[in-house]
Design a protein around this ligand. Structure first.
Ligand code: CA
Length: 242
């Protein structure tokens, strides 16, 4: 907890944008990584598709830059997988394939923008800025979240699993929304306390255990496959497989 002043904490004052670069061309990755860091971005690099998908699921990136041709899992499959999990992180596709068909395929897979190699770094930077602007100004436009057969309508404040209504209290709804916006990501107690209860210290109560247990009862009771999993010593994760 920081005690800077009596001013209420802003959600993310002048936060540094986190980018994930999935690129197997190490020379290109090094150049882009350095240039993006110099431009003030926090950057993580994944050198193949498998690592890229793992990284993307691990923590909240503001933007993903994905090369299309990658070892193990190609860029378009990564995007499709993320979108299927309800992850709407903007993705900028980089590719040597630049025909109209290629671009259309990339955007249809769920990509937000498409840049053909070779490109000028200044153009990449401008496109990143445009995507991030779009993301921050219209981030609230998502009105429905879906993970497997669990669906949440944010406007109607309604939750269903396999089409059946689930009754939740306001807090349980907020907690579930926090999970559904981060499918596949391990959420620690600290993250939940900060993100759902807005507590920036550990209240030393079992508030999380109590709510998680109620939420599990509501979501997973009687279902074939549980969606909420405990990760021993780490936290909880919402995902299809265990
Ligand atoms: Ca490549």
């Amino acid at each position: 907890m920081t005690a800077l002043s009596a001013r209420p904490l802003l959600s993310s004052p002048a936060s540094i944008m986190k980018l994930l670069l999935i690129e197997d061309d190490l020379q290109a990755a090094e150049y882009l990584g350095k240039s993006l860091k110099d431009s003030g971005y926090d950057l993580e690099h994944a050198a193949d598709g498998r690592e890229g998908l793992r990284c993307a699921g691990k923590r909240g990136f503001d933007l993903i830059i994905a090369d299309r041709g990658l070892p193990y899992i190609d860029g378009l499959t990564i995007i499709q997988t993320l979108r299927k999990q309800g992850d709407l992180t903007p993705v900028l596709i980089l590719s040597a394939l630049g025909t109209v068909d290629d671009r259309v395929r990339g955007l249809r897979a769920g990509g937000d923008d498409y840049l053909t190699k070779p490109f000028a770094f200044s153009e990449l930077l401008a496109r990143i800025e445009a995507l991030l602007r779009r993301g921050t100004s219209s981030g609230g436009e998502v009105t429905k979240l879906k993970v497997a057969d669990l669906e949440m309508d944010l406007l109607a404040r309604q939750v269903t699993r396999a089409g059946a209504d689930i009754e939740l209290t306001t807090k349980e709804f907020q907690l579930l929304e926090y999970f559904m916006r981060r499918p596949g990501q391990i959420l620690t107690r600290t993250m939940l306390l900060e993100g759902v209860w807005d507590l920036h210290f550990d209240p030393q109560t079992n508030v999380i255990d109590v709510h998680m247990s109620r939420l599990r009862g509501a979501i997973d009771k009687g279902a074939d496959k549980p969606l909420i999993h405990t990760v021993r010593g780490a936290g909880y994760v919402l995902r299809e497989a265990s």
